[in-house]
Every structure is written in structure tokens, then in C-alpha cells.
Design a protein around this ligand. Structure first.
Ligand SMILES: Cc1ncc(C[n+]2csc(CCOP(=O)(O)OP(=O)(O)O)c2C)c(N)n1
Ligand code: SF4
Length: 300
């Protein structure tokens, strides 16, 4: 019999409160398969504070500490310190936040924890907007996208914030990006993060059918096309921010194909699509150049 590459233990149950096809639920399911049951998680205000269910019910079979929107990293730091004081050096402490709670309001708390190199795994499930409160723009929303605060007449013009570079500047031991379309890659990255001491940051593209105006059965399709169209590079940054390894072994696909079934991009005209496509390629080339340049310099 072939050995299962994805652990069969289901720590997340099916009785959750997410919309159909929610990428954020897939992200949690895969993360917990890698992290195991000796995990304590901090969740700030976001879709996942709803998805988990109402007390005393919970969709996940691990302790969850629900906390204020801006406090994921600092609460996780405190939880880790408390466990250590009680002699528990084994429990993995995870902060699990959306992109609004990470790229925007929780950035100061995350930066503080990263600078102190707190021994936590910080996960951002990235659905590219504030979904829980009705699809408002975040600094993770991609250029060209509609949201309720960036209407089609004034769609998002600024690029997505580069959180990987921001975290790398903190010289933390491990940073990774992933996508729910590649569960084995995600599970490998979580296994790795679990064994590293210090702050680990993992950002997972988790399509939101509701906010992306995407048919729910296309969640995994979109999560895959985001990577193969180079919109969402998946990579690892190690040696305290000094080494980058970008995943490149895929058949490239186009941005146009990626955005076609997504209502959030439906207003874009041909010339606007062409301009964004050009920018995506330029960013990709810069990333590869950086990977190459760093590979020739000794890390820290
Ligand atoms: C200080 C504060 N401001 C605003 C809110 C309202 N609020 C709750 S969840 C949320 C959006 C969360 O967005 P994100 O972190 O991207 O997670 P998602 O909802 O997309 O899962 C907002 C604005 C709040 N709870 N606290
Ligand atoms: S709004 Fe989006 S992220 Fe939130 S539960 Fe629904 S599909 Fe998931």
C-alpha cells in the first residue's frame, strides 16, 4: 500500500460555520494535520473567530484563545511565556489571523514579537480583504481588485504589501508562503516551522469565494492558478532573512486566465490587464534576481 503523504488524523471537524468552498478552512485543516494536537492557538477577530463556532462548540480539537483584532502576536507571545513558566516546553503556540489582522492592524504586535524572536508560529491566512465585516480593502488586496471600499470606479491601485520582505527585515529564522492548492508543500512547511525555535511566519493564500465573487468549487483552482501565474509566489526565506528559495517547477499560466472567473476583477479592461501582467512579470524577475544574489552571499 502507498504511504499517505498527508496525515490522516482530522483535528478539524466538518461542523464549522464557514461559507461553501472557504479556503481559510482548508488552510486550518492542513496546518493542524502537520502541527498535531499539542497545539494552542490564538485567533483575533476575523472570519475564523466565526468559523470555529459558538461556545461551547468548536470546529477544532485544540484549545483556542479568541483575542482582539490587533493582538494576535502579542497574545500568542504571552501564552507561550505562560506555558513555559508552567514547565510546558512542548506545546506549539500558533497565532492564526487574516490579512487585515496581519498586514494592517496587527502589524505592530507582529513586528514586536518578531523583533523579540518570540517562539511562536504566526500564520496569516490570506484571503486578500477584510471578509468577516463585508469585503473591505486591506493592504493585502491585490492591485486591480474590487472590494466594497474600492468600488469598480475606483478599484485598488496600490500593490499588495510585501509582508515577506517586512518579516525578513526582522531577521527571524523562518518565513514561508504557501497556497491551499498545495497541501503537501504546506504540511512540509509547518513540520519545519514546528522544529525551529524563534518566530516563524507562514502566509497562506486562501481564496474566499464570497469576497472574490468566485464559484465555490473553484477555490483550489484559483489557489493553484495564483501560483502558476506568478501572482502569488510560494517560497521559503531562511538563514534569518538571508536566503530565499522560490518554487519554480510549474507550467506557467496567465494572469488573464486566473482572473477570468473572479468577479472582483471583472471590471478590468484589456490595457489594464496587460499593465498588471507586465508588473507581475517584473516582480517575479526581481524576486528571482534577489534569490540568485543572496545565494552567493554567506547568510547569518
Ligand atoms: C479594533 C477593531 N476594529 C475593527 C473590528 C471589526 N472587525 C472584526 S473582524 C474584521 C475584519 C477581519 O479581516 P481579516 O483580518 O482580513 O480576516 P477575515 O475576516 O478576512 O478572515 C474587522 C474589521 C474589530 N473587531 N476590532
Ligand atoms: S467570507 Fe470568505 S473567508 Fe469568510 S468564511 Fe466565507 S469564504 Fe471563508
Amino acid at each position: 500500500m502507498r504511504e499517505a503523504r498527508i496525515p490522516t488524523d482530522e483535528i478539524m471537524g466538518s461542523g464549522h460555520l464557514a461559507c461553501q468552498g472557504c479556503g481559510a478552512t482548508m488552510a486550518m485543516r492542513f496546518a493542524l494535520k502537520a502541527l498535531g494536537r499539542q497545539t494552542a492557538m490564538v485567533i483575533p477577530a476575523c472570519c475564523w473567530s466565526v468559523i470555529d463556532g459558538t461556545f461551547p462548540h468548536s470546529a477544532v480539537d485544540i484549545p483556542i484563545f479568541h483575542t482582539a483584532f490587533e493582538t494576535a502576536a502579542v497574545t500568542a507571545s504571552g501564552l507561550k511565556a505562560g506555558l513555559e513558566m508552567r514547565g510546558d516546553h512542548e506545546t506549539t503556540v500558533v497565532a492564526w489571523a487574516g490579512d487585515g489582522g496581519t498586514f494592517d492592524i496587527g502589524l505592530q504586535s507582529l513586528s514586536g514579537a518578531a523583533e523579540r524572536n518570540e517562539d511562536i508560529i504566526y500564520v496569516c491566512y490570506d484571503n486578500e480583504a477584510y471578509m468577516n465585516t463585508g469585503i473591505q480593502r486591506s493592504s493585502s488586496t491585490p492591485v486591480g481588485s474590487w472590494t466594497t471600499t474600492t468600488p469598480v470606479t475606483n478599484y485598488k491601485k496600490r500593490p499588495k504589501k510585501n509582508m515577506v520582505d517586512i518579516l525578513a527585515a526582522h531577521e527571524i529564522p523562518y518565513i514561508a508562503t504557501g497556497s491551499v492548492a498545495f497541501p503537501e508543500d504546506l504540511i512540509r512547511k509547518f513540520h519545519k516551522a514546528k522544529d525551529i525555535k524563534g518566530t516563524k511566519y507562514i502566509q497562506i493564500l486562501a481564496p474566499c469565494p464570497t469576497g472574490w465573487k468566485l464559484s465555490p468549487e473553484l477555490t483550489v483552482w484559483a489557489a493553484r492558478k495564483a501560483v502558476t501565474s506568478k501572482v502569488y509566489p510560494i517560497m521559503e526565506v531562511t538563514e534569518n532573512g538571508n536566503k530565499i528559495a522560490v518554487w519554480k517547477e510549474f507550467e506557467p499560466t496567465s494572469f488573464k486566465e486566473y482572473i477570468k472567473p473572479q468577479g472582483r476583477f471583472r471590471h478590468l479592461k484589456e490595457d489594464e490587464i496587460a499593465k498588471i501582467e507586465k508588473d507581475i512579470e517584473a516582480r517575479w524577475q526581481r524576486l528571482l534576481a534577489k534569490e540568485e544574489m543572496l545565494s552567493s552571499i554567506p547568510g547569518l
